[in-house]
Design a protein around this ligand. Structure first.
Ligand code: ATP
Ligand code: MG
Length: 716
């Protein structure tokens, strides 16, 4: 026992050994919330206060759930599988699998990840002859999900305000009907269906309320209304809800998360006072001070202090690059330096606000031949070839899955064209049957023969696989569907795609289902749930690249926060209202607090994004960090670019050495003065003729690129 509790500080100890009543641990980043939660589970079990089966723990990601399993396995000698530990989606999936009949679902119901859901919506729009432009599938998707997350079905929505909204409500209802017909469930549906089932079925509710005596939730600040309602329902009158969270790290308001849930918990569960943890064990003092200074600017915080005894550490480094390429190069050079000093690549992370920023970074990384892993881009289970194979697997398990059928009916090409598919869809609409049923019923003719072959293929896969293991089935599918042959023909990307398919077979071989007879179904759900998640895996030594959202809960020795520019971070969509800006600031707080020892901030004076050049200014978040915590690194002095080729070769300037070249009267190394920025030195130049930009290192304002056409610059 004492071993379990060793090393905890007094507040952590108090939280871990909290008596059997509900609690809210409200504490800043890196204060040990996740650690407290895990230790409390072990302590509850070790002291005999609860059986492992009486534990329900909600983690933010599947990875966090796996880690918790592993840690608990090492702390207490129990079968951790009997505990329900997982994400909201994972737990609801487990619940619905166990009670699929009561939930009105087929046993082999499939889960739609976000991309599948969009495809399903597109298909629906088409079948209703509504245009994608008038009803963008993304907008329809967020309308549906937003309402599901608020616990509202289409028939429960308040009267529509206008015909457009009325159409959205209709689409919502039609979408739900389509999902029911096909036996599929999207992410938000997993939760709503579980909630409705628990609410409607008193016996089931009594069973689970009697079982889960201790319910523990990590990252509580990011729960939405429906999740909170689900937790409340499971808690009943007597169970203990132990939640940990940090209002300053609430970064999912855009998806309906409600910090208000923290206040609701205090009153709904009669918690007098949150437990606070104030010592940060993650970051050195400078980083922590920067984080504190930043977040202090937000209003309406629940308020907390964080301190560390880890020492001040090094200053934060700030680099202002002249372009996004230059920024990427700087970061990669620093990564190499740190690596030389002995830091593992996997202990370093590059964070960015938007996925689109990763392209330039990747380009430089590839040139530098540094191994890296990128998250939030295409993950394994989202790759084309993997999705194709999984679609066959879905059809083996449930041929009525229209999404899956559409994905592979002509992959590899088997002469079933778009016209045929449209005909099938028309039949399915008119007769209320699934596409598979329409295929099976197809009459004579050449196309019907092709459809017949496809039906035979799926039937054969179903028959053969019935006596096979999961891995054998996956392997059978890849070989017999024609996918392998198709990728063998692909000279460009085939090799990598085949390697991924082989990896899928290994993943299947390493998968241990709870119920072996349902191996395929369980494997498919695990794959969908993973595909919806964009968080980093640790492991092999590779540099970690991810969005700030994906970095939540993680920590690294060195962190690079890139693209700190107005419009990018804070994001332009958020800049017009103070709520949006505060959420961006919390995101910045999350970014900064991921770093243990070293933090780099960087921005660029010009950036190509979405095909356009931008000339942004430095993010306000950089200015919000006290200057004494920051060391400004000067940009590397680049050679002055060669004069433009159109210039006459006999012009003297063209061959003059950079340091003496005349740039509208200025030269590199010269002292200058500017009305706003004060005194500085010219360190770099770009362009020629009238179109000259100078880079100047200003004593008080750091590096700036100035366009001589506009900047009022005088020589010293
Ligand atoms: P976040 O808000 O980012 O999720 P957190 O509050 O969950 O952070 P943890 O991840 O649990 O914090 O802990 C941060 C780091 O501090 C971890 O590496 C953890 O092992 C370490 N840590 C926590 N408590 C202690 C302690 N008492 N002694 C030593 N290290 C600790
Ligand atoms: Mg945590």
């Amino acid at each position: 026992m004492s071993e379990l509790l060793a090393g905890l500080n007094n507040e952590q100890l108090r939280a871990v050994t909290w008596p059997a009543k509900s609690a809210l641990v409200l504490a800043g980043a890196g204060s040990g919330k996740t650690r407290v939660l895990t230790t409390r589970i072990a302590w509850l079990i070790a002291t005999g206060q609860v059986n492992p089966s009486g534990i329900l723990a909600v983690t933010f990601t599947n990875k966090a759930a796996r880690e918790m399993h592993t840690r608990l396995g090492a702390m207490v000698p129990v079968n951790v599988r009997t505990m329900w530990i997982g994400t909201f989606h994972g737990l609801c999936n487990r619940f619905l699998r166990a009670h699929y009949r009561d939930a009105g679902l087929p046993q082999a119901f499939q889960i739609l990840d976000s991309a599948d859901q969009q495809a399903a919506i597109k298909r629906l729009l088409k079948s209703l002859e509504l245009s994608d432009e008038k009803y963008p599938p993304r907008a329809v998707q967020s309308f549906i999900n937003g309402n599901k997350e608020a616990g509202l079905r289409a028939d429960r929505l308040p009267p529509a305000l206008n015909p457009y909204e009325a159409k959205l409500v209709e689409l919502y209802a039609a979408y739900d009907a389509q999902c029911r017909r096909e036996g599929v469930v999207d992410f938000a549906e997993l939760l709503l269906r579980s909630y409705e089932l628990l609410q409607a079925n008193a016996a089931l509710r009594a069973h689970y309320q009697g079982r889960f005596r201790h319910i523990l939730v990590d990252e509580f600040q990011d729960t939405n209304r429906l999740q909170y309602a689900w937790l409340k329902l499971l808690s009943g009158e007597h169970n203990v809800l132990f939640a940990v969270g940090d209002d300053d790290q609430s970064i999912y308001a855009f998806r309906g998360a409600e910090v208000g849930n923290m206040r609701a918990l205090l009153s709904d569960f009669q918690v007098a006072e949150p437990v606070r943890l104030e010592q940060n064990y993650r970051s050195v003092g400078t980083i922590l001070n920067a984080a504190n200074a930043l977040i202090e600017r937000n209003d309406g915080r629940l308020g907390k202090n964080l301190w560390t005894d880890a020492g001040e550490g090094e200053q934060i480094r700030l680099y202002e690059a002249y372009s996004d390429g230059d920024e990427a190069q700087f970061i990669i050079d620093e990564v190499k330096n740190l690596q030389r000093e002995g830091m593992n690549l996997s202990d370093m992370a590059i964070l960015y606000r938007s996925n689109a920023q990763s392209r330039v970074l990747e380009h430089v990384l590839v040139n530098a031949q540094l191994p890296y892993r990128i998250y939030g881009g295409l993950r394994f289970f989202e790759r084309q070839e993997v999705k194709h194979a999984l679609a066959y697997l879905r059809l083996v398990s449930n041929p009525d899955d229209d999404n899956a059928l559409l994905r592979v009916i002509n992959v590899p090409a088997r002469g079933i064209g778009a016209r045929t598919v449209e005909n099938l869809q028309a039949i399915s609409r008119e007769q209320g049957v699934t596409l598979w049923q329409a295929c099976c019923a197809a009459g004579g003719g050449r196309t019907a023969a092709k459809l017949g072959e496809f039906v035979l293929l799926i039937e054969a896969l179903r028959n053969k696989s019935s006596a096979m293991t999961l891995a054998e089935t996956v392997s059978l599918i890849i070989d017999h569907s024609g996918l392998r042959a198709m990728y063998e023909q692909d000279k460009k990307e085939g090799e990598e795609r085949l390697a991924n398919l082989d990896e899928l077979v290994s993943a299947a071989a390493g998968f241990f289902p709870d119920q072996p007879e349902l191996a395929i179904v369980e494997f498919l759900s695990a794959a969908s749930l993973e595909a919806g998640e964009h968080q980093a895996e640790a492991g092999e030594d590779a540099l970690q690249l991810m969005t700030v959202h994906a970095a939540k809960g993680l920590e690294f020795d060195a962190v690079f926060v890139s693209g700190l520019e107005e419009g990018l971070f804070p994001h332009e969509n958020s800049m017009n209202d103070s709520k949006g800006l505060e959420e961006e600031r919390r995101l910045m707080y999350v970014a900064v607090t991921r770093a243990r020892k070293r933090l780099y901030l960087s921005c660029a004076q010009s950036r190509m994004l979405h095909g356009q050049s931008r000339y942004p200014i430095r993010s306000r978040f950089v200015e919000e960090i006290p200057a004494e915590l920051v060391r400004v690194l000067s940009a590397t002095v680049k050679p002055v670019p060669q004069a433009s080729p159109r210039r006459a070769p006999w012009l003297e300037e063209a061959s003059a050495p950079a340091s003496t070249m005349s740039l509208q009267g200025f030269r590199i190394g010269q002292g200058v003065s500017h009305a706003k920025f004060g005194a500085g030195v010219v360190i770099n130049a770009e362009g020629s003729g009238n179109d000259v930009r100078l880079q100047i290192n200003f004593a008080e304002h750091g590096l700036k690129w100035l366009d001589l056409r506009y900047a009022k610059l005088t020589a010293e």
